[in-house]
Design a binder for this molecule. Structure first.
Ligand code: ATP
Ligand code: SF4
Ligand code: MG
Length: 330
């Protein structure tokens, strides 16, 4: 059974043009120990999916799903407290803008200590428990590469640079030893050495602690080094999903192909300054969504049928949603 099982998740947002589907029938699953990448250009709805999973969407938006299950439990049927308990104990999230998700009135040390669950501290006199807590704080910060940890724990969020803040959020998310880590663009803006260090840490936790990860990113090189499976999103719709190797070798959806071709690291035959082969145009705004397949206006293979939304089809766990896929299976 998957840990996280999402089927046909739809999120409607009210805009100046009325209600629109910012997420339209999104499906994805994460099995124990799986690392799944969620990829798509800016505005495709990645962060909205993260927020929908942890129940952090704006009041008044309409969220429906055939399934939004955690370990077999329907998250939409749980009380707020039951849902909070799951996000406290089992699912940790690194939101996209770390500085916004930290409490500006508490030091980083106080916030990290609070994130450590009691069972990791164990029993004992209060000074023993405090010492244990300090040890865990130091070790978590060390793991993510924060060396001056004394200065870090006594600082307030606005006093530290963004990259340290990003690393701190990762330390805080991992402190509760979650089953699933949802990381929304966790390596954004990091210099290469730090990025490699963080990716190695995530990979090690996946191996040793069986941590499942939903890795939301634009960084295809990071994705290639970490994830086994990938879900590709375009404008609030899941366009293709499957094993990363399979998608790289034989993408079926024109958008996946354009996305992969636009990444030099994925194309060994590209010379360093070759022009990237991305689709022309930009992702539509929510106020101007085309009917049917939302890639239509930018798609080189679009035909009349594309004004109807394509059904999701699959072959050997490779899902795609396109009337005219790049390959036909017999
Ligand atoms: N609070 C909000 N109110 C109205 N529209 C929103 C809100 N948050 C997101 N949207 C819209 O929903 C769509 C998806 O946004 P989202 O932030 O999920 O994109 P994303 O894939 O995470 O992009 P990025 O890669 O830039 O982080 C966009 O069109 C965005 O403008
Ligand atoms: S359904 Fe049509 S418009 Fe959409 S990706 Fe396929 S060919 Fe392109
Ligand atoms: Mg985002």
């Amino acid at each position: 059974m998957p840990l996280l099982d999402i089927k046909n998740l739809t999120l409607e947002i009210e805009t100046t043009n009325g209600w629109v589907k910012a997420l339209d029938k999104i499906s994805l699953t994460i099995a124990p120990k799986e690392i799944r990448a969620l990829v798509g250009e800016s505005g495709s709805g990645k962060s909205l999916i993260v927020k929908a999973i942890v129940g952090a969407i704006n009041e008044g938006w309409r969220l429906t799903a055939d399934r939004l299950n955690w370990g077999g439990k329907d998250l939409l049927m749980l009380s707020d407290e039951e849902r909070r308990q799951i996000t406290r104990e089992d699912i940790a999230v690194i939101f996209q803008n770390p500085t916004h998700s930290l409490d500006p009135t508490a030091t980083l040390g106080e916030q990290l200590e609070e994130a450590i669950p009691d069972h990791l501290i164990g029993k004992g006199w209060y000074w023993e428990r405090r010492q244990r807590r300090n040890e865990i704080v130091a070790s978590q910060l060390h793991k993510v590469g924060i060396k001056e940890h004394d200065a870090c724990v006594s600082s307030y969020p606005h006093q530290i640079p963004d990259d340290i803040c990003q690393k701190f959020m990762i330390a805080m998310a991992l402190a509760s030893e979650p089953k699933l880590l949802i990381a929304d663009d966790p390596t954004k803006g990091m210099e290469t050495t730090t990025k490699i260090q963080i990716l190695k840490l995530l990979s090690r936790l996946n191996e040793t602690k069986e941590l499942s990860i939903l890795f939301v990113s634009h960084d295809l090189l990071a994705i290639a080094s970490l994830a086994e499976t990938m879900t590709v999103l375009y404008c609030g719709q899941t366009v293709e999903s499957g094993r990363l190797m399979q998608l790289r070798r034989r993408p079926l959806h024109p958008y996946t192909k354009a996305l992969l071709d636009s990444a030099p690291s994925f194309r060994k035959d590209l010379l360093p300054k070759t022009e990237l082969n991305a689709l022309e145009g930009t992702i539509p705004t929510l106020q101007n969504l085309p009917a049917g397949c939302r890639l239509g206006p930018r798609c080189p293979r679009a035909q009349k049928e594309c004004v109807k939304m394509p059904e999701v089809r699959y072959i050997q766990n490779h899902y795609y949603s396109c009337h005219f896929p790049l390959h036909r299976y017999k």
